[in-house]
Ligand binder design. Structure first.
Ligand code: SF4
Length: 321
């Protein structure tokens, strides 16, 4: 399976994570994984909402405050309210981002502008609640609900990291299909290609998507079908695959190659999958063995499966799950 053209993998990001000195205190929050590892495969689109909305750097800190039913974005020292300015700027900026062929977005955690979840909200008394979302992040996620979005904090954890990047590559392939215009047949091919990737995450979700394509009448226009499929796809991919889910998929894949193996190779494959199931080896170990057999036996159906190489091998994301 070919890796997407590196320059076409375009990801939005909170600018401070790239090392740009745009934080309230004139500092940055450079993230080495994003800049040095993931960055090799990505053209970043850096956005600092607070700078772009005109707050300048350095600037007094801002925070989310609860006022009755409303959440407001307020400069702590002056009480100046930036909510309306931020919301209307965010609408315009996200509309522009929607035209830029993004395949994902990485947000800075805890920020009242960029934080995606558990951002502090102050209500005047006691400790702040941690249930807010940054105002820019809120607009981004509402307007582009299918875009893979993750916080840099969670990307330090191998499981969400692998899942986010797998989603980014699925999103890229989806956009490629979209550019050519979805037909019933091309949607089916997309679904087949992602069958095991989806199975590892949610078997019922995989079946639902299969039924959606299989049961829709010919009168359903392809764009309508594609929109419904896309929504279901996003839901299935949101949750990372579990070890149990991967083990199930590995056993399915082994079923395609086992018959042609001699007893020793068959036993080795079964044993490797079992070691993975028990947590003794990472996913890359059984997957590499299966890839080897798939290639040697020329199992065409599996060679096209996104599951066998969900992202570039060199990123080594499967060495840690
Ligand atoms: S978290 Fe967002 S608003 Fe704050 S400095 Fe970083 S990019 Fe700018």
């Amino acid at each position: 399976m070919s890796t997407p053209d590196l320059l076409k993998l375009r990801i939005g990001i909170s600018a401070c994570l790239l090392g740009q000195e745009v934080r309230y205190n004139g500092g940055h929050k450079r993230d080495a994984f994003l800049t040095d590892t993931f960055g090799r495969y990505v053209e970043w689109v850096a956005v600092c909402p607070e700078v772009e909305v005109g707050m300048g750097t350095p600037r007094p800190p801002i925070r989310l405050e609860r006022r009755g039913e409303e959440i407001r974005l307020v400069m702590t020292s002056t009480g100046e309210d930036y909510t309306d300015a931020m919301r209307s700027w965010a609408e315009r900026r996200v509309a522009a981002l929607a035209e830029m062929d993004l395949d994902g977005y990485v947000l800075k955690k805890d920020s009242p502008s960029c934080g995606m979840e558990r951002v502090k909200v102050y209500s005047g008394e006691g400790a702040p609640s941690k249930d807010g979302r940054g105002l820019f992040a809120e607009t981004l996620m509402a307007r582009l609900p299918d875009l893979p979005v993750e916080e840099e904090g969670r990307l330090n954890d191998p499981l969400p990291r692998e899942n986010f990047i797998a989603r980014v590559f699925v999103h890229h392939r989806w956009r490629e299909g979209e550019k050519e215009g979805w037909t019933r047949a091309s949607l089916m091919r997309f679904h087949e290609r992602h069958k095991f990737l989806l199975m590892a995450r949610n078997q019922n979700g995989l079946r639902r998507l299969g039924r959606l394509l299989g049961n829709s009448g010919k009168e359903t226009p392809a764009p309508e079908l594609a929109a419904a499929y896309r929504q279901g796809l996003t839901e299935v991919l949101r949750r990372p695959a579990t070890r149990r889910g991967h083990t199930n998929v590995l056993q399915h894949l082994a079923g395609y190659v086992s018959d042609a193996l001699d007893p020793a190779d068959r036993a080795e494959l079964a044993e490797t999958i079992e070691r993975y199931r028990l947590g003794l080896v990472p996913l890359i170990v059984p997957l590499t063995l299966i890839r080897h057999h798939v290639r040697r036996q020329g199992v065409e159906y599996l060679q096209e499966q996104a599951y066998l190489e969900p992202h570039p091998y060199e990123m080594m994301l499967l060495n840690h799950v």
